[in-house]
Design a protein around this ligand. Structure first.
Ligand SMILES: Cc1ncc(COP(=O)(O)OP(=O)(O)O)c(N)n1
Ligand SMILES: Cc1nc(C(=O)O)sc1CCOP(=O)(O)O
Ligand SMILES: [Mg+2]
Length: 210
């Protein structure tokens, strides 16, 4: 089974979607972002479907991997490579049954026990956070910090992607703790210069490859 590649930098879209979010994605992909996750909230299925299709169209020619947050149906409908699922979304095992073996599936885990369970269900990678305090999403537990991210990474054989409050300066300690990569919203999608922000994160990741 050949699943698409999973790079070390996941750029998540501004959850409001729209042309500005797309422009940031285009800049990030042009700057070399290997993975884009479509994360749009509070919109209709039709709007999400159209937005996700536009992100796939940006990613495909550049060879970037496109994932869709929350919705395996939308991911399959637009030909995205995978889906990221959290505690309120379709369970990983159910999404795997729907999407089949070639679809990348990520799950959100915050501790080693859940991490092992999600991998047993069929997750290809785990998003683990919040690594640090973040203002992008409310209702999250306290920040885990690099050590607790590392404990999750040590418990599983799949890549762990740290998320939450991540900047280029924080990349070294996360990789040193065992993360395989990072996922960001604000650092790229909220940046005045998403291309420069992407390059800075990629440099930090390349300098600290384990
Ligand atoms: C890489 C990555 N990790 C974690 C998340 C969070 O997903 P989820 O728990 O489903 O929360 P929402 O993103 O839906 O608010 C993620 N999206 N990506
Ligand atoms: C969407 C999301 N999920 C998180 C989790 O810990 O599960 S933290 C987060 C927000 C990440 O945004 P930023 O890079 O701007 O901090
Ligand atoms: Mg979700």
């Amino acid at each position: 089974m050949n699943r698409p590649p999973l790079g070390p930098l996941h750029v998540l879209t501004d959850a409001r979607g729209g042309p500005q979010a797309l422009a940031a994605v285009a800049a990030a992909v042009a700057a070399g972002a290997p993975v884009v996750q479509v994360r749009a909230k509070d919109c209709t299925d039709r709007v999400l479907y159209e937005f996700a299709g536009q992100v796939v169209d940006i990613c495909r020619p550049a060879g970037a991997t496109c994932l869709v947050n929350d919705r395996v149906d939308i991911a399959l409908a637009v030909g995205a490579a995978g889906t990221h699922l959290g505690a309120d979304d379709l369970p990983v095992a159910a999404a795997r049954r729907v999407a089949g073996p070639g679809h990348l599936i990520g799950g959100t885990a915050r501790d080693p026990e859940l991490a092992r369970r999600l991998v047993a269900e069929g997750a290809d990678y785990l998003g683990v956070g919040p690594a640090y305090p973040t203002t992008t999403k409310t209702g999250l537990p306290d920040a885990l910090g690099p050590a607790r991210i590392g404990a999750v990474a040590a418990a599983v054989a799949v890549p762990v992607i740290a998320i939450g409050g991540i900047t280029a300066e924080r990349v070294p300690e996360l990789l040193a703790a065992g993360a395989a990569g990072v996922a960001v919203v604000g650092a790229v999608s909220g940046s005045a210069d998403p291309a420069a922000a992407t390059r800075q994160l990629l440099r930090a990741l390349a300098a600290h490859v384990r």
